[in-house]
Structures are given as structure tokens and as C-alpha cells.
Design a protein around this ligand. Structure first.
Ligand code: ARG
Length: 489
């Protein structure tokens, strides 16, 4: 009995595929009572909410009649250049032959009737070597796009750990697609539909156990029908206790779990016993396909929050603190640094921010502080995936003592002459503020008073020099980090 219904389900899938390849799938509604348009009992999709949903189109039909009539399956953009879909969308269910990449276009756009839908050719079709046609096991395939679509947000496939959490029994997940919205006829939407469905326990997906959702008790699939190791069973109920399910035309499309940054592809629409019956819909268990997906480049690189704090150095200046940052080791995506300066005596605090340069360095200054007060400075690095741990606190007190400026740029030494770009030395009433170049081996130093951002040093010999800025006032003196210049003969 169950085998029969299961066989029937596969037959339906096969017929649907054959039919759709004949471009009948999106035919106008035929006779029969019109049920409210839906996945089956879904809701209209928010066009912006599922940007990674891809329509799979037959190129010849697309060229003649547009996307609405050409759509035969769906898929999910999991990286900028890979679409994950169902193997049964790619494999002729009678002959086992696999579609050629030239027979598929990937469509981006929520509304299949929209004239400006974006289509991208497919370069390669990879069907899972473990796909078992007769049992619809491991019903998964990867399409490699001919051109990447870096501007379209992707949906990452769930890893085994993520999948276990997101498909625990009772989890709420969403199925989206342009499949049939009618249980009695053929009715296909322009804009994809969204169905809120509940993940069933594994016992319903291979051990024939029933499960009740929203007052509807569903039957389970037995061992000859489903295999929960590689399949997820799910269905939903509306407030009016009608069944929510995927249907023909939804195949290959995503079952989406989680929220926000934790949203993942947890299933691929695979098969069912007709649509919206007392049996759940069956989805390929994506987490169980993780190795296959990884082997074919369909897993995006993980987004990692920095595990280490940024490097933090605090330079005391007159009435200010300059904060220097270095990116945490191993992070390449630092969006910005932030420092907090706290006066522990009063609890007052100040912030400053810096963007990293190409080397991952940044600096910012908190002005209007009080000389001689010991402040506590902490810092973090921010990345798109989150903030680093906190660096510091470093204690530092602004000081009236002179702070030497820095040599930002030094020309090579030519004709006894070198040109420097410098930042100003700080401190009131500087008694010394010079750029001084000392031969590295032996010989006389040359010092030039600093007046402005550009300093020209003359009278140099064609040897190697170490140059610094030296500044002094009544409260103290300071020497900058040396910069070497080399003379050319
Ligand atoms: N195999 C169908 C297709 O080709 C999808 C079936 C999903 N059915 C269901 N009741 N969930 O579109």
C-alpha cells in the first residue's frame, strides 16, 4: 500500500519532469475549482526576501515564450557561481540520462512574468554519484554558472551540526517556489510562493510514524519509501487546518531554516505523495550532502568572527591620546577599529574610530583630555561577521611633554638631497623640532629645522642614513621611529 503510494509519488515526479521538459508545467490553469493561489496553501513571496531562489529555465522555451513558461524546477544560489538543485530535475527518470548544461538557464528574479528577468547560462551539471533514481535518495545536484553573480546574496547549505539544530523535530522552516498552487488542477504563480512548514520527526520519514501539526495528523512513510538519513519530511497547516506543502514545479528549490545570519539551506524539494495530502513533503537532507557539496565548490567560505583582539598601542600626546591599531592575526575583512578611552575616576568615556589601511593598520586620536590623568584604553576590531574580543585596557596619561612627529614618506637620496613628508611634532613651546639624519656607519649628522609637512635635507653623502624627528620642550623630549634612506652614487 505504502509502496504503491511511494511509487506513485515517484511516477508523479517523473511525469512532472517529463511534462515540464515538454514545457507544460507552467501551462495556464486548467479546469477545476480554483484554490487560493499558493505553493499549496502558502503565501505570496516577499520578492526581496529570497534573493538566492533561482528558477531553472529551458533555453528554447525561454527564448520563445519567456521565463514563466520555461520554468521547470528551482534551485538555490549557495555561492556566487553555484546553484544547488535536485538530481531528479537533471536526470531523465526513464533513461537516466543527464541534462546537458546547454539545456538549462538560471533565472534570477521573483516574478517570472517580468520582462527584465536576469538569466545566466549554466556551464556544468554535477549530479550526486549517490543519487538513487528508484528511491529518490541523495536527490541533489550542483550547477556551476557560466558567470558568477557576485551581487546576488547567497544561502549557505547547512553543515551537519547546523542541520541537526535547524531540522530538529518541530522546527519551523520555509519552502519557496513557483510550483503548482492547486491540489486539483494546474495553477502556477508569477511570483514565487512561500510555505511555512514544520519539520517532522525522523520516525515519520522511514518508520511510518504519524505526526500531528496544527491539528492535522499526518501519516508517515515506511522503510521502503523514505530514508531519514538523507531525507527530511516536512509539512504545515494553515489556521483553517488545510495542508501546506510543496508541489510539482517546486522541485530543486530550497527548504530554508534559521533566521538572520543563521539562515541556512536545510532541504531541497524532492518528492511527495501527490501534494498537500495526509503525507508530508519530502526534502533532500542538505546537511547529509555536505561533503558532496563541498567537493564541488557549493559551500561558501565560512564567515568567522575574529578570534583575537586587535593590536593596541597608545601614544600620550599633550591633552590627547593617539591610539594605534593592528588587525587581529588572520583576519582580512576588518571593516573598522574602535577605541574607548575611560577616565576611571569619573566613569566618563570617549570613543574614536579608524578604518584599516591596506596593511591592516589604523589610528585615531581622542582630543581634549587632561594632561597627567591616567585613562584606560580598550579597542576592538569590527568585521562583517562580528566584533573581535576586546584588547586592553592599556593605561596612559596625556602629557605636556613634546611628542616628535613621524616621517610618513622619504625619497631616495639623490644629489646629496632627500625629501621627507612628516607629521607635526606636538607640545607647547618646542625648543627643538628637527629632522636629523645620521650616517649608519660613520660620519657627520645633518639636522634641519622642521617648518611644515615637507622637509628637504641637503648636504648628504652617498651613504646610508638613519633619519629621525627630534622634539623637545620644557616638559620633555621625544624621538620618532627611525627611517633609513640610502644614497645613490
Ligand atoms: N517532484 C516534484 C517536482 O518535480 C516536487 C514534489 C514535491 N511534492 C510534495 N508534495 N512536496 O516538482
Amino acid at each position: 500500500m505504502r509502496i504503491r503510494s511511494r511509487l506513485r509519488a515517484i511516477l508523479v515526479a517523473a511525469v512532472a519532469l517529463i511534462a515540464t521538459l515538454g514545457a507544460v508545467s507552467a501551462a495556464p490553469a486548467s479546469a477545476g475549482p480554483r484554490i487560493a493561489p499558493r505553493i499549496i496553501n502558502g503565501d505570496p513571496g516577499d520578492p526581496g526576501a529570497y534573493p538566492f531562489l533561482v528558477s531553472l529555465l529551458q533555453p528554447d522555451v525561454y527564448a520563445r515564450e519567456g521565463a514563466y513558461n520555461a520554468q521547470f524546477c528551482a534551485g538555490t544560489l549557495t555561492t556566487s557561481s553555484t546553484v544547488v538543485t535536485a538530481a531528479h530535475c537533471m536526470v531523465n527518470q526513464k533513461t537516466g540520462s543527464i541534462l546537458d548544461a546547454s539545456e538549462i538557464l538560471a533565472g534570477f528574479g521573483a516574478d517570472l512574468r517580468e520582462s527584465g528577468i536576469r538569466v545566466v547560462p549554466v556551464a556544468q551539471v554535477i549530479v550526486s554519484p549517490d543519487y538513487v533514481r528508484s528511491r529518490a535518495e541523495n536527490d541533489i545536484a550542483v550547477l556551476v554558472l557560466a558567470q558568477p553573480v557576485p551581487d546576488v546574496p547567497v544561502l549557505a547549505p547547512a553543515s551537519p551540526e547546523e542541520g541537526a539544530a535547524l531540522t530538529s523535530p518541530g522546527s519551523s522552516v520555509r519552502v519557496v517556489g513557483w510550483g503548482n498552487t492547486s491540489t486539483t488542477g494546474r495553477q502556477f504563480p508569477d511570483v514565487f510562493r512561500v510555505g511555512r512548514v514544520t519539520v517532522f520527526p525522523d520516525g515519520t520519514c522511514g518508520q511510518g510514524e504519524p505526526f500531528t501539526v496544527g491539528g492535522i495528523t499526518f501519516k508517515g512513510f515506511g522503510p521502503d519509501e523514505a530514508n531519514s538519513a538523507v531525507m527530511v519530511c516536512a509539512a504545515g497547516a494553515t489556521a483553517a487546518a488545510t495542508v501546506i506543502d510543496a508541489c510539482q514545479g517546486d522541485s530543486g528549490g530550497p527548504l530554508v531554516g534559521g533566521e538572520g545570519a543563521g539562515t541556512r539551506l536545510v532541504g531541497v524539494v524532492s518528492w511527495g505523495n501527490d501534494c498537500a495530502t495526509r503525507y508530508p513533503g519530502v526534502y533532500t537532507r542538505v546537511a547529509a550532502m555536505y561533503t558532496f557539496l563541498g567537493q564541488h565548490g557549493a559551500i561558501p567560505p565560512p564567515v568567522t568572527t575574529p578570534v583575537q583582539a586587535p593590536g593596541l598601542n597608545v601614544v600620550a600626546e599633550p591633552t590627547a591620546l593617539r591610539i594605534e591599531f593592528t588587525a587581529p592575526p588572520g583576519t582580512t575583512d576588518v571593516a573598522g577599529f574602535a577605541a574607548t578611552v575611560l577616565d576611571p575616576a569619573t566613569g566618563q568615556s570617549w570613543n574614536c574610530f579608524a578604518a584599516p589601511d591596506a596593511k591592516g593598520l589604523g589610528e585615531c586620536t581622542v582630543p581634549d583630555l587632561v594632561d597627567g590623568t591616567a585613562y584606560q584604553v580598550t579597542a576592538i576590531a569590527g568585521t562583517p561577521s562580528g566584533n573581535s574580543p576586546v584588547a586592553g585596557p592599556v593605561s596612559s596619561a596625556p602629557s605636556p611633554a613634546a611628542v616628535a612627529g613621524r616621517i610618513v614618506k622619504a625619497s631616495t637620496l639623490r644629489g646629496g638631497r632627500a625629501v621627507f613628508r612628516v607629521t607635526p611634532s606636538l607640545g607647547a613651546d618646542l625648543t627643538t623640532n628637527v629632522l636629523r639624519c645620521q650616517p649608519v656607519r660613520r660620519g657627520a649628522a645633518v639636522a634641519v629645522p622642521i617648518a611644515g609637512a615637507k622637509v628637504v635635507v641637503r648636504g648628504l653623502k652617498p651613504v646610508r642614513y638613519s633619519c629621525t624627528i627630534q622634539a623637545e620642550n620644557a616638559a620633555g623630549s621625544s624621538v620618532s621611529t627611525p627611517v633609513r634612506i640610502t644614497g645613490r652614487r
